[in-house]
Design a protein around this ligand. Sequence first.
Ligand code: NAD
Length: 490
Amino acid sequence: MELRSPLTGQPMGELPTSTAADVEVGAQLARRGQATWAARSIEDRAQLLLDFHDHLLDRRDYFIDLLQSVGKARLSAAEEVLHVALTARYYGRTARRYLRSERGEGLVPVLTRVDRHYVPKGIVGVIGPWNYPLTMAISDGLAALVAGNAVMLKPDHQTPLVALAAVELLRSTGLPADLWQVVHGRGAVVGRELIDASDYVCFTGSTATGRTVAAQCAGRLIGCSLELGGKNPMVILDDADVETAAEGAVRASFSNAGQLCVATERIYVVEPLFEPFIRAFVARTQAIRLGDAPDFDHDMGSLINHDQLERVCAHVEDARSKGATVQTGGRQREDLGEFFYEPTILTGVTPDMDCCAQETFGPVVSVYPVASEEEAVASANDSDYGLNGSVWTTDHDRGRRVASKIKCGTVNVNEGFAATFGSIDAPMGGMKDSGLGRRQGREGIRRFVDVQSVATQTGIPIAPSHGLDGKSFTSVMTGMLRVMKKAGRA
Ligand code: NAD
């Protein structure tokens, strides 16, 4: 399969497409490697992640360059590298806390002992999207790996190179070669094969594909986490600092040219801040520097491909033709590259317009005036999605209170997405159509293990014995239950 640069349209190289037989051989190797890997101590496995953290930071610029080749501005590329390093350090430091065996409370105090063990699933299949081709391909796999699993990764067919480079770096850091397999090709073919070879699937991508993946996993009775799309709301309360909110809205809406699952696409501004916010937001958006140069002087890069460009153009044209106002942007920029599009702010968007409820996944955001905090929250929640939201206010307690009413898996106060995304201790994922399960935090590693309970009984059996018949055994147990409730036992 030929890989083409979205910037120049020029070929960047060719990769073999994996066949069903390749996936099968990869799975055999992964399974063999996993048995030995799981037998190693958690500390040993965690050390690999901590070493990888250092090696990745040492090679930061190489990875940023590779990421820029898919059209990213340099800062967006840098953020991905830092996110992988943060994840490696987090799970390198916390794996023992989340995975070591624990004691539970037994039925009969002292005589029943319960041990909980966290057993790796086996092979974790990771299916990644093209928009964050490094961190969405690697970070989940790091958590799976330290939990004792092997990983089989299928990066998006448009952006496999950076994932391959990261796996190569993991191997040179000490990862046993068989343990992390990479297969390449289109999702509907190689993705399906990968799911059939896996014991758990970690999928990041669109809601439509997520449903297909979930159905296939259900058929095999294996678990999956689904990190899907969003139509992410931002709520600007009446006590917000307009300039701070406008600056935050630029980052929240236009990072990675809006091709970010947690990017803001709807902004609700409580009156009387609507007009001043629009003025500040438009001014800051017009100052965004578009370009793909390998420097930090450009803020926003290119869209990934023709389909993305077409979707963005269609959403804007549909809104414009039905009466929305384009406050700024709304234009393709072929002078900069085939798939560049200006950051775009719309007002006057109504429910009959496609961009009102559907995910655009590009640099297009709609801003709406609302009369009150209550209306802002109700509008934010009026969506099939529930991935990420944000609240802007000068009163942090109020911000946290309002945040708790927004039905999204992550909500940031006075930041668009980076506070939750960058805090690896903050679980991330979707409510409603935005997905199932969480990456990051304790939940992000526990999804890759089965919990096994081992209970050891000593002294007496849990049955009538020592001269007790069924009736007296039931009476003794009833008394014991009452005493234990009084004693505060769960
Ligand atoms: P996509 O669903 O088209 O593809 C994602 C991956 O799934 C690709 O690797 C693709 O090859 C594979 N795939 C496609 N069909 C498959 C099938 N039948 N079986 C198995 N695998 C299959 O998504 P995309 O266009 O690459 O990514 C954009 C979408 O991803 C957006 O909706 C975005 O919001 C979402 N996303 C979500 C998160 C998150 O964390 N929630 C992060 C990044 C992107």
